[in-house]
Every structure is written in structure tokens, then in C-alpha cells.
Ligand binder design. Structure first.
Ligand SMILES: [Zn+2]
Ligand SMILES: [Zn+2]
Ligand SMILES: [Zn+2]
Length: 265
């Protein structure tokens, strides 16, 4: 087993179908047009990590069969579509009786501690709250044989994190990639990149911008994520160049992962 990447969700903040919408994508019978909020699961022989905690986290983990064990959770930024499922780690911590490490940068930790303030309250025995250990993300973060490198990208004005693990990178919620991060995104086997919709947006790459970034970086394989109902799965993929496609919920991609090289850091 190399590095196995599972797309838990590839939808935008409103999800697809969107409430009240009867468009062709929202009413599509193709399950690849149904998108929960964005997160991914990463697995190596020694580590299992989830990036972001969307509102559907529980369902995503159960539907993919990835609900038996989790070593840590990483947060890219604290918009609701990336954190509102954090309480679901209770499903793990009630069984393990060990706090779940949740890694984020310090500004995001302040938000998380405010939103999930009840986690720190004393409760009588028998009341189940998630046990969470909020931790500032080191660079790099090593979990088992998994070495995770946080990278800076911008989501409008907001600094957010992207992550590189081996020759894989996850870059969601992005409208600008600084040159030093662009450099660290070279030589990828798989890139998962924000490509919100066709129309431009102030805080996300649209499909055209994402395509230009992918064409410049030349990863072996690119999946686009954080998708609205604007992008029909098969139709859009038919327009995309070889090696680039829209992601779908539950999609699994495995790439080679050189443990020895990474442990030397
Ligand atoms: Zn988002
Ligand atoms: Zn729609
Ligand atoms: Zn966001």
C-alpha cells in the first residue's frame, strides 16, 4: 500500500444538491453529481488522517468504511463547511478514550476553541462530548510514516493551509498560490485543487483558473474539488484535458509513497 487518498466530499459550502434547487445537476440521477462538503482521508500503512471536518463527516466516514480508526484531523481554515462536523470525532474518542489530535494554525485554533467551547466544560460522568486535543500544526507534521507539509495559500484575503504528503497535494479554498508554495507543488503524482464553478469568484479559483494552474504545475493526475451545481460531472469531464477531471464523493486514488525518503526529515 502506498498513499491512499479518498475524497470524502468534493462539494462547495452549500453542497450539491443545493437546498431548493431543481437544476439538472441537483436533480441528476448520477451519484457523482451529489457532493457533500469538502474533506479528504489519507491513509498510509501506519497513519490515517482526515483533512477538514465538514458537516457530513460522520456519513462520509461510514459510507467509505473509514470509520474504524483515525489518528488525527487537520484543519485548512475555519469556514463552516470545513469545521462543523468536528463533534463527530466523538464516535472515535468514546471508543478509544483517547483525545483526538486536531491540528491547525494558531489563528484557526482560536476560532475552533471558541466555536467548540463546550468541549472544555466539565460534565458529569456519562455525558458524551468529543475529547479533542487542539494542537498547533508543526512543519512538518509526522504521524506514523506520514509526513505532512503545510503550505500557505490564500482564499481571497484569508490565509489558509494547503498540504503536501509525498507526491500528493490538497489545495482547497484557494484564489492565490504564492510563488514559494507554487514551487512546493512541483513533481506531483496527484493534485486535488479548488475549481468552484465556471464564473469567476472573489475567493475561489474558477474552473478556468484551476485548469491554468494545473497545466502549469503538470501533476500526473489532477482532480478538481469544492464544486458547485454549475459543473455537471460527465459533461465537464468531457471538456477537460487528459489527466484532469472533476472529483466525486467516495473516489479513491492510490499513489506510490516512499516512506524511507520521508522519514529522513
Ligand atoms: Zn470551503
Ligand atoms: Zn442546482
Ligand atoms: Zn472557505
Amino acid at each position: 500500500m502506498g498513499l491512499r487518498i479518498t475524497v470524502l466530499g468534493c462539494g462547495t459550502s452549500m453542497g450539491v444538491p443545493q437546498i431548493g434547487c431543481r437544476c439538472a445537476v441537483c436533480t441528476s440521477s448520477d451519484p457523482r453529481n451529489h457532493r457533500t462538503r469538502p474533506a479528504i482521508h489519507l491513509a498510509t500503512p501506519q497513519a490515517r488522517v482526515v483533512i477538514d471536518a465538514p458537516p457530513e463527516l460522520r456519513l462520509q466516514l461510514i459510507q467509505t468504511g473509514l470509520d474504524d480508526h483515525l489518528d488525527a484531523l487537520l484543519i485548512t481554515h475555519t469556514h463552516a463547511d470545513h469545521i462543523m462536523g468536528l463533534d463527530d470525532v466523538r464516535g472515535f474518542t468514546l471508543r478509544t478514550r483517547t483525545p483526538m489530535p486536531v491540528y491547525a494554525e494558531s489563528s484557526a485554533l482560536d476560532d475552533l476553541k471558541r466555536v467548540f467551547r463546550y468541549v472544555f466544560f466539565p460534565y458529569p460522568p456519562g455525558v458524551s462530548i468529543p475529547q479533542i486535543q487542539f494542537l498547533e500544526l508543526p512543519n512538518p507534521l509526522q504521524i506514523g510514516d506520514m509526513r505532512i507539509e503545510p503550505l500557505r495559500v490564500f482564499h481571497g484575503e484569508m490565509p489558509v493551509l494547503a498540504f503536501r504528503v509525498g507526491n500528493f497535494a490538497y489545495v482547497t479554498d484557494v484564489s492565490y498560490i504564492p510563488p514559494e508554495t507554487f514551487e512546493r507543488l512541483q513533481g506531483l503524482d496527484l493534485l486535488i485543487l479548488d475549481a468552484l464553478r465556471r464564473e469567476p469568484h472573489p475567493t475561489h479559483f474558477n474552473l478556468e483558473q484551476a485548469l491554468a494552474v494545473a497545466q502549469s504545475l503538470q501533476p500526473k493526475h489532477t482532480l478538481f474539488t469544492h464544486l458547485t451545481h454549475d459543473l455537471e460531472y460527465s459533461q465537464t469531464n468531457a471538456e477537460l484535458p487528459e489527466g484532469m477531471e472533476l472529483a466525486y464523493d467516495g473516489q479513491v486514488v492510490e499513489i506510490p509513497y516512499e516512506v524511507s525518503e520521508l522519514q529522513s526529515v
